[in-house]
Design a binder for this molecule. Structure first.
Ligand code: PLP
Length: 349
């Protein structure tokens, strides 16, 4: 995916930042934050340095610690579980649907133990199908739900945009996402108490100003997104819906051609707006996924811009997953070996 931003679009605002000298905590950061609130419909948004930071901070907010368990989708990028391990807690992997690649309510229920403290649902490759059912189940179980929407800016289920469905939602602005700030991310929440905690903790523990000085009321962190990145983010958010429409048109054309050949597209709920962060197909039985990727690396295909790759799950953590979860993870293991993704990455990783 080529990032949807050109230098021409940001030049005037970059010049203003360089001339003004306000490289962080200026009006572009504030405006980007408000744009995210307006766009998603969430009550609050906080800018951070990455989705990994966002997930980690949300677990800190929930006071996750050694001995706790956090249920995570088994099909994801490693960051989803890494943040749990980093806090000394145990990621418990819940299996995913073979068609949507998202955590199912039955897998979530099977993974709950007395040590469960939170759930992280992943919008796999930007697809939020099933997140509303998981949210309702979490409410019944009394468990907080963090949505790893790293890939899902602009996606929605049942008329609600990602960012408004779960207790907190974590977005990534890495170049492989639809909105790219180089590195970057955001947390949205409808909970005023969580937003207040984040306001303080993400600003070194300061609750605004007291007289002429910062009013430090707690210890805190600095994971802030700077001004230039916020300029980039605002420009892309303003055109995101058009980009998503175009990506869906392209995806539909690929499905028209590939489905008759036996390639099965990631399934998306009928009430879901999918941002098409990646275009993923299960290869037909008997067809080698790795063989296809190898073919696409031959000169002709490279010259014609074919960018195929495998999709990943917590592959490096396989032993830990099996030992820790003692669950049947057949769904996600099958998916991993059969998936082919059409989103190359020009911007990084
Ligand atoms: C599902 C998921 N979660 C988390 C991340 C980490 O995002 P970031 O690179 O912004 O930390 C990614 C990155 O690709 C991801 O796909």
């Amino acid at each position: 995916m080529r990032p949807n931003i050109s230098f021409d679009e940001v030049e005037a605002d970059f010049r203003e930042v360089f001339e003004g000298g306000m490289f962080t905590r200026g009006h572009h950061c504030e405006a980007f934050r408000h744009d995210i609130v307006r766009y998603t419909g969430a009550s609050h948004a906080h800018l951070v340095t990455s989705a990994t930071t966002a997930l980690w901070v949300c677990l800190k907010l929930l006071k996750i610690k050694a001995g706790d368990e956090v249920i995570v989708s088994d099909f994801s990028f490693p960051a989803t579980a890494n943040v749990v391990e980093d806090l000394g807690a145990r990621p418990v992997f819940a299996d995913v649907s073979l068609s949507t690649f998202n955590m199912t309510p039955s897998a979530l229920e099977a993974a709950v133990t007395p040590a469960t403290r939170a759930v992280i649902f992943v919008d796999a490759l930007g697809n939020p199908t099933g997140v509303t059912a998981i949210r309702d189940l979490c409410r019944r179980l009394g468990l907080p739900l963090i949505e790893d929407a790293a890939c899902a800016i602009g996606s929605a289920e049942a008329g609600a945009r990602c960012g408004t469905i779960s207790d907190a939602t974590c977005f990534s602005f890495h170049p492989r996402k639809l909105l790219c700030t180089g590195e970057g991310g955001a947390i949205t929440t409808n909970r005023a108490d969580w937003a207040d905690w984040l306001d303080v903790k993400l600003a070194h523990g300061a609750r605004g100003m007291k007289g002429v000085a910062l009013d430090f009321v707690n210890y805190g962190y600095n994971f802030r997104l700077p001004e230039l990145q916020s300029v980039m983010g605002r420009k892309q958010l303003a055109k995101l819906d058009n980009i998503i429409d175009e990506r869906n048109r392209i995806r539909d054309r690929y499905i028209d051609v590939m489905a008759p050949l036996g390639f099965v597209a990631q399934s998306v709920g009928s009430d879901v707006r999918y941002n098409v962060q990646s275009m993923v197909f299960k290869v037909p039985t008997g067809c080698s996924r790795d063989g296809l990727i190898g073919k696409a690396q031959e000169p002709w295909y490279r010259d014609h811009n074919w960018h195929l790759r495998n999709e990943q799950l917590h592959i490096l953590r396989r032993e830990i997953r099996r030992a820790a979860a003692k669950l049947d993870l057949a769904g996600s293991e099958h998916d991993y070996t059969a998936l082919l993704s059409g989103a190359g990455c020009f911007g990084g990783r």
